[in-house]
Design a protein around this ligand. Structure first.
Ligand code: HEM
Length: 482
C-alpha cells in the first residue's frame, strides 16, 4: 500500500476511482465525452483508472506539445494487448525500439516519401474515376421521376480500400477477399474488446486469458494469415502482368526480408497495419465532410464554383489541380479539424516516469491526447463547433503535426506516416464527388443525423444517404451500363 501511495503521489487529478474497477463504471460508451466532461471539472490533464491501469488524458494544445514534442522520447511506446498485436512485432503497436525505427524508415522511404506518393498518383486517379463511374451507374439505374438516394459510405469505403490494396499488393481485392477482410477486421475488433476490464486488473488477467481462449485467438490469427497468404499469392507466383507497373509494397518488403532481417510475421503485420490504419480512417472523414456539405449548401456550391472555374467541365479533376484549388484544400483541413477519425489518437505509453504540466506521470501509464477536444478548443478557434472551411483561408495552418492547435494525424515520432498521402486522396475523392454531382438530402428540410459511433474510430452512427444529381462534367465519363 505504501508503494502504491508513493507511486500515485502527484499524479494528475481526476474522478475518484473504485476499488478494482477504477473509473470503468463512470465511463460512457463514448470515452471522448467522459474525458471531456472530466477535464472541465479537473483541468486539461486528468487521471482516469481503467481497472488498475492508470491513464492520463490531456486536452490542451500546450500539454499536447509536451507529450508529443518535448517529452516524446519517454512517451512514444504503445499501450497494447500483446495477444492481439503479436507482441508489437508490427509497426503500429511496436514500442519505440530499434526494430520500430527500422520499420518506420522503410515505410517512409518506400511508401510515404513524396517521390513514391507521386509515383502512385495515376493509380489513385484511376480509382477516383471508377468511384464516379459506379455512382453514376447507380444513379442512372434509378427512375428520373423518383431518383433514389445513394449510400455515400459504400463508394468511399471502396475507393479507399481499393487504393490501399493497389498500393500494398498491386491489385484490387476480389469480392470474396474484400468481404473476408472486413469480416476479419470485425472479428479482431470483437476479440480486442472482450476481456478488456480483466486485462486492466493485473491480478485478474488470467480471467481474460480464459475468456479469449488461446484457441479463439489462434484460429483468428490462422484465418488472418490464410487471407494474407491468399492475397499475396499472385505476387509470389508473379502471375499478373499488372504487377510489373505497380508492384505493391508487399513485394518490396519480401525482397528486403533477408537484408533487413524481417520475419514473415512482421511483413504480414505491417501490411495488415496499413490496411487497418488506412482504410476506415480516411473514408469516415470524407463521409463526415459530405454530411457537412449537404447541410451547408453554400460551402458545397463554393467548392463547385472553384472546381468549375479551375478545372472546367471537359475533364475530371486530378491531383495536379490541387495546388490551384485553395478552397478544396481548406475543405479537407476543416474536415480533419472537426472530425478527426481517431479522436484519442492511438494510446501512447510512458517508458519512464515523466512530469507533465506539473504532475507526475509514472512509468507504464497510458497517455491519451484528446485531439478532438484540442481541434475544437474555443481558446484556439472561433465558432469551434461549426464547419467553416474559410477559417483556413485566413491563416495558412499546418494540419500534419506542426501546429498544436489541430492534430488529426498526431505529431512527433509516432505521427501518422501517411498524412500527406491521405490528404491527397481526400482532396482527390472530395474534388471528384463535388465536381461530378450535386449532393442533397433525399427529404428536403430533414436534418442529417450527426451522432457518432463509440470506439477508437469516430464514424457516423447513421450512414449518410443522399441524392447525387449528375453535373455537366459527367458527360466525359463513359459508362458501360448493362
Ligand atoms: C485521414 C486519414 C488518417 C488519419 C486521420 C490518421 C491518423 C492517425 C493517427 C492519429 C495516428 C496515431 C499517431 C500517434 O499515436 O501519435 C496514426 C498512426 C498511423 N497511421 Fe494514420 N491516419 C490516416 C490515414 C492513414 C493511412 C492512409 C495509412 C496507411 C496507408 C495510415 C497509417 C498509419 C500508421 C502505419 C500509423 C502508425 C504510426 C506509428 O505508430 O508509428 N494512416 N494515424
Amino acid at each position: 500500500m505504501l508503494y502504491q501511495r508513493w507511486w500515485t503521489s502527484n499524479i494528475p487529478p481526476g474522478p475518484k476511482p473504485k476499488f478494482m474497477i477504477g473509473n470503468f463504471h463512470q465511463m460512457k460508451p463514448h470515452w471522448t465525452h467522459s474525458f471531456l466532461e472530466w477535464s472541465q471539472t479537473y483541468g486539461p490533464i486528468i487521471s482516469v483508472w481503467m481497472g488498475s491501469q492508470l491513464s492520463v488524458v490531456v486536452t490542451s494544445s500546450d500539454l499536447a506539445r509536451q507529450v508529443l514534442r518535448d517529452k516524446d522520447h519517454q512517451l512514444s511506446n504503445r499501450q497494447r494487448s500483446d495477444k492481439m498485436t503479436q507482441d508489437g512485432t508490427d509497426l503500429v503497436w511496436s514500442d519505440y525500439t530499434p526494430h520500430y525505427v527500422k520499420l518506420r524508415k522503410l515505410c517512409t522511404l518506400e511508401l510515404f516519401s513524396l517521390k513514391s506518393i507521386e509515383n502512385f498518383r495515376s493509380l489513385r486517379e484511376m480509382e477516383a474515376r471508377s468511384m464516379v463511374e459506379s455512382i453514376l451507374k447507380d444513379v442512372k439505374k434509378s427512375d428520373d421521376q423518383s431518383p433514389k438516394p445513394v449510400v455515400v459510405r459504400k463508394y468511399l469505403a471502396a475507393v479507399v480500400l481499393n487504393t490501399i490494396s493497389r498500393l500494398m499488393i498491386g491489385k484490387h481485392f476480389g469480392d470474396e477477399e474484400g468481404k473476408e477482410f472486413k469480416a476479419i477486421v470485425e472479428k479482431e475488433f470483437l476479440l480486442s474488446g472482450e476481456g478488456s476490464l480483466f486485462d486492466n486488473v493485473w491480478w485478474l488477467r488470467w480471467v481474460s486469458a480464459w475468456i479469449i481462449s488461446d484457441k479463439a485467438y489462434l484460429s483468428h490469427m490462422e484465418r488472418r494469415t490464410k487471407w494474407f497468404r491468399g492475397a499475396i499469392k499472385p505476387i509470389l507466383e508473379e502471375e499478373d502482368v499488372a504487377f510489373k507497373e505497380h508492384q505493391g509494397f508487399v513485394r518490396k518488403l519480401l525482397e528486403l526480408k533477408e537484408k533487413k532481417e524481417l520475419t514473415e510475421e512482421t511483413v504480414h503485420g505491417v501490411i495488415w497495419n496499413m490496411f487497418t490504419a488506412g482504410s476506415d480512417t480516411t473514408a469516415v472523414i470524407i463521409e463526415w465532410a459530405m454530411a457537412e456539405m449537404i447541410k451547408c449548401r453554400d460551402v458545397q456550391e463554393k467548392a463547385q464554383q472553384e472546381l468549375d472555374s479551375v478545372v472546367g467541365t471537359e475533364r475530371l479533376m486530378t491531383e495536379a489541380d490541387i495546388p490551384k484549388l485553395p478552397y478544396l484544400q481548406c475543405l479537407v483541413k476543416e474536415a480533419l479539424r472537426l472530425h478527426p477519425s481517431t479522436p484519442l489518437m492511438l494510446p501512447h505509453k510512458a517508458s519512464e516516469t515523466v512530469w507533465l504540466g506539473g504532475y507526475k506521470v509514472p512509468k507504464g501509464t497510458t497517455v491519451y491526447v484528446h485531439v478532438e477536444a484540442i481541434n475544437r478548443d474555443p481558446a484556439n478557434w472561433r465558432n469551434a463547433d461549426e464547419f467553416r472551411p474559410e477559417r483556413f483561408l485566413l491563416e495558412d495552418i499546418d494540419v500534419k503535426g506542426r501546429d498544436f492547435r489541430v492534430l488529426p494525424f498526431g505529431s512527433g515520432r509516432r505521427v501518422c506516416p501517411a498524412a500527406q498521402l491521405s490528404m491527397n486522396l481526400m482532396a482527390l475523392v472530395m474534388g471528384n464527388l463535388l465536381q461530378c454531382f450535386s449532393w442533397s438530402s433525399p427529404i428536403p428540410g430533414e436534418s442529417i443525423d450527426m451522432t457518432e459511433n463509440p470506439g477508437l474510430l469516430c464514424s457516423m452512427r447513421t450512414p449518410v444517404q443522399a441524392l447525387a444529381s449528375p453535373r455537366a462534367v459527367t458527360r466525359v465519363v463513359s459508362l458501360n451500363l448493362d
